[in-house]
Design a protein around this ligand. Sequence first.
Ligand SMILES: Cc1ncc(COP(=O)(O)O)c(C=O)c1O
Length: 403
Amino acid sequence: MEHANDSALRQRAAQVIPNGMYGHMAIGPRMPAGYPQFFSRAEGARLWDVDGREYIDYVCSYGPMIVGYGNSRVNARASAQRKAMDIGNGPAETIVELAERLVGMVAHADWAVFSKNGNDATTTCIMAARAYAGKSKVLVANGAYHGSQPWANRRAPGAPVGEHDAFPTYDYNDSTSLEQAAQACGGDLAGIMVSAFRHDAGYHQELTDPQFAATVRRLCDQYDAALILDDVRAGFRLSLDASWSLLGIRPDLSAWGKALANGEALAATLGSERYREAMASVFVTGSYWYQAAPMAAALETLDILTEEDAPTRLEALGERLRRGIDEIAELHQQRLRQSGPPQMPTIMFEDDPKAERGSAFCSALIERGVYFHPWHNMFLSLAHTEADIDRTLEAVDAAMKAL
Ligand SMILES: Cc1ncc(COP(=O)(O)O)c(C=O)c1O
């Protein structure tokens, strides 16, 4: 297949961008053959690459897109705010409105602080937890992703030596390993960070064991440490409250981003009353952290998510996809494993540790106009329709035939 525009852009990028592209959007080393690096248009649940090929998108910009690319309601509200004022020497009324809205929606939250990226929000949680406790260590799960800033980034060079000493690890869903890690902090435990569920890239996903969640809460209470929920990736897809509300567990602090403003740059740290004073004592800021247009986009996004009962709708769409794929896989005698909540499915093959089979499957799908990910969780959105799912299933059938 000819991808002339994409190839030309890749060649130009290789001259001026290290590796030709960085991070999770670097196609070259990360994605199977046939995936485009560059896109030119997005609408609803569709993406078009720079060579004009159209895809039904199940990656949703890795999470931010939740009500559809270019959603007219979100665009209109953000544009009106942008026209009136986006940044100034102080924030607009929207910051108060959005904080009120989130405090009303998320049961554990009594206050909000806004920022730009999920990693800003997880970092702010850590600072609030330490400021409250006067202690330094925060436990994180082995392999969990909380952002690419040095404290959160164990996989790559670039962090100062010792940067991760303050972040001992435990194994997700393993209460014993968590208890041991907490004890090993020797009285210096400021917080325990958890994800909505185990959604590490490259692995089958694991839902959170309710017993484990209860242990996290108990240990946080025992050590007077903050339970920090990183809801950046899963936020608003599983629940319109914090994701651990489904387990009956309240975090003390939670981090949000991605879907909050349907793709406008916005993240939030939410916290309970107990952490208000500590948060107030921490100096956090950024030139763009007060931008009003993304906050207006968030208000409209949250309206739509509430009106359409997003978690239930996304679950139904995800179940339709999951059921259909299971039936087709059985027909073709392919040993697939679908994991995670239906709203955020991971689809990988059994006994495929290097994702070779998964990559061949995804390459066959990309040729047929469906954008899947071979080893990262995917996302459903309110812009997907039953007809999209059914068209996707036809492509899945054809791709499996071609394997
Ligand atoms: C669970 C989780 N936490 C934090 C982050 C960091 O968010 P951002 O990329 O917006 O900084 C991500 C991003 O993928 C994430 O999935």
